[in-house]
Design a protein around this ligand. Structure first.
Ligand code: GCU
Length: 338
């Protein structure tokens, strides 16, 4: 069974959600009292992002005497990421977790961090996204055009390809297979280069598409694979580790700027704790997800890494054509040597 989703049609939910939020979003209360911030997430309640962000709200409420809190709406209740990012910019939703692929569609400069080979591992990724000298300008780049502030990043871990039929060991094993990708030019090119036929689709639609045979496979980390129950409909996971993915927590800029300096300082401190807790949870939950997937019958297969690396190299080059993209890539790679 797919993860539990609200049974009301999304449009009604969106309208309800928006209505529900209208009274409490936009600029914070004129009296500066704060309120409960609405955060949209497309993961289940067992996912590290839900756990870490809910705890963020609890600590925030504690430290601001209840003036500010965060309520996490899980399971795409407020909409899929592509729509929700617009809602955050408009102020109808306060905050959201959005994959780097969504931000790439708002500002192409985000593309570099969505490329295969850019990050060696999670540790390297976290070093980079917490280094203002490397990402500071990028992270504030959306504020004027879209009223979105990037609070920071949360890792998606290494992503692997999984399929209903397998095993997949080399790029040619993916020939003719329809593989779901996020709505991103890079991810489309990436899967095509890896041998598959790329099918862009929102996250919440993947289970049913795999079950009905519209898709032959998808790619994601082990935690998402298990929490979305894709293990029920795609038993073969090829350890391609083709990239280390990155989520961002975005927030409506006016809401953030409307906080009192004291509350904003608390908010930012608690955000740092949140990202640290998320990283710790990520490690333990990945191990648990792999074990649970194996128990449920998932077959993990090692791949011909050199063949996949060679297939992906032209995709990386293609997206490093501008000087800015090349510089960001080089800065990130330099951080890996330290
Ligand atoms: C990961 C990521 C999500 C993203 C999803 C996807 O689970 O954390 O933000 O939406 O991949 O493949 O769409």
């Amino acid at each position: 069974m797919p993860p539990v989703r609200p049974s009301v049609p999304r449009l009604v939910l969106l309208a309800t959600g928006t209505l529900l939020l209208t009274g409490c979003t936009g600029a914070p209360g004129a009296d500066g009292d704060g309120r409960t911030l609405v955060l949209s997430l497309n993961q289940t309640e067992s996912h590290p992002s839900y756990i870490a962000l809910t705890a963020f709200g609890d600590r925030l409420a504690d430290r601001t005497d209840g003036r500010w809190d965060v309520e996490v709406y899980a399971n795409e209740t407020l909409g899929a990421q592509q729509e929700v990012v617009q809602l955050v910019g408009d102020g109808a939703v306060d905050m959201a977790v959005a994959s780097g692929t969504q931000l790439e569609n708002l500002n192409a400069d985000f593309r570099t961090l969505n490329l295969p080979t850019v990050f060696d591992d999670i540790e390297h990724q976290l070093d980079v996204i917490n280094d203002d000298a490397i990402v500071g300008e990028l992270f504030t780049s959306l504020e004027e055009s879209t009223t979105l502030t990037v609070l920071g990043g949360l890792t998606q871990g290494a992503r692997n390809v999984y399929t209903a039929e397998g095993p997949v060991e080399r790029p040619e094993d993916l020939n003719g297979k329809k593989i779901r990708v996020q709505e991103s030019d890079i991810h489309i090119d990436m899967i095509e280069a890896m041998g598959g036929s790329a099918t862009p689709m929102a996250y919440g639609e993947v289970y049913t598409a795999l079950q009905s045979g519209v898709l032959d496979g998808a790619e994601n980390n082990e935690i998402s694979y298990l929490s979305q129950k894709h293990n029920e409909v795609a038993e073969h996971m090829a350890l391609t580790e083709h990239l280390v993915g990155l989520d961002y927590v975005v927030m409506n800029t006016d809401v953030l700027e409307g906080m009192s300096p004291e509350d904003r300082a608390v908010f930012e401190e608690e955000w740092v704790t949140t990202s640290e807790q998320h990283a710790e949870l990520w490690t333990t939950e990945t191990i648990a997800a792999i074990e649970a997937a194996e128990e449920s019958g998932t077959v993990f297969t090692a791949v011909d890494e050199a063949a996949f690396d060679a297939a992906l190299a032209p995709v990386v080059d293609k997206y490093l054509e501008t000087d800015d993209a090349r510089k960001l890539y080089d800065d990130v790679r330099e951080a890996a040597q330290q």
